[in-house]
Design a protein around this ligand. Structure first.
Ligand SMILES: O=c1ccn([C@H]2C[C@H](O)[C@@H](COP(=O)(O)OP(=O)(O)OP(=O)(O)O)O2)c(=O)[nH]1
Ligand SMILES: [Mg+2]
Length: 149
């Protein structure tokens, strides 16, 4: 543990060890499915997969639940609500809403690393109603306004 690391309370009700960073500078920790039996996802089917983890994030922090690129590339497995948001005041179980975007069945096994969790700080805002917004070079341009190549 480094001095700048954030301490996060966790209850692990899964059969698996706590998630951990796989490499020195990984942004995310891989989350494992905590299942009594494998879950089969048919093409375009989705399922809410439990992790058995309950966490208490410090105020001002969120956890983002993101897909793993390997599962996405090899099997078309993604997350419907990507990135999922775990709020600092959430005390329920972390679950992952997987979707099978391939044309073949995919079986989620107990203990499989199905997603990654990145903890980030966030800002809360208060609105200030304005009559106009500052001019910029971009203005209202978007959706490919800068060209396609
Ligand atoms: O992938 C996810 C997304 C959310 N959650 C939990 C934690 C989060 O704090 C809570 C609510 O999530 P969100 O705000 O995205 O869902 P909602 O549809 O707006 O539900 P709610 O009305 O409960 O906020 O559900 C998960 O476990 N996994
Ligand atoms: Mg919500």
């Amino acid at each position: 543990m480094n001095t700048q690391d954030l301490l996060v309370n966790v209850i692990n009700q899964s059969k698996h060890t706590l998630p951990s960073y796989q490499t020195q500078h990984s942004a995310g920790m891989d989350l494992r499915a905590n299942l009594d039996a494998p879950v089969t996802l048919k093409p375009l089917q989705r399922a809410l997969i439990p992790t058995g983890l309950f966490i208490e994030l410090p105020e001002g922090h969120e956890a983002q639940i993101r897909p793993r690129s390997g599962l996405a590339y090899k099997h078309g497995i993604s997350i419907v609500n990507s990135p999922g948001t775990i709020d600092a005041d959430y005390r329920g179980e972390i679950k992952v809403l997987l979707v099978n975007l391939s044309d073949q069945e995919f079986v989620v096994e107990d203990g499989e690393r199905i997603a990654q969790m990145v903890v980030a700080r966030y800002e809360r805002i208060v609105w200030r109603a304005a009559e106009s917004l500052t001019d910029t070079e971009r203005g209202a341009g978007g959706y490919g306004s800068t060209g396609t190549k």
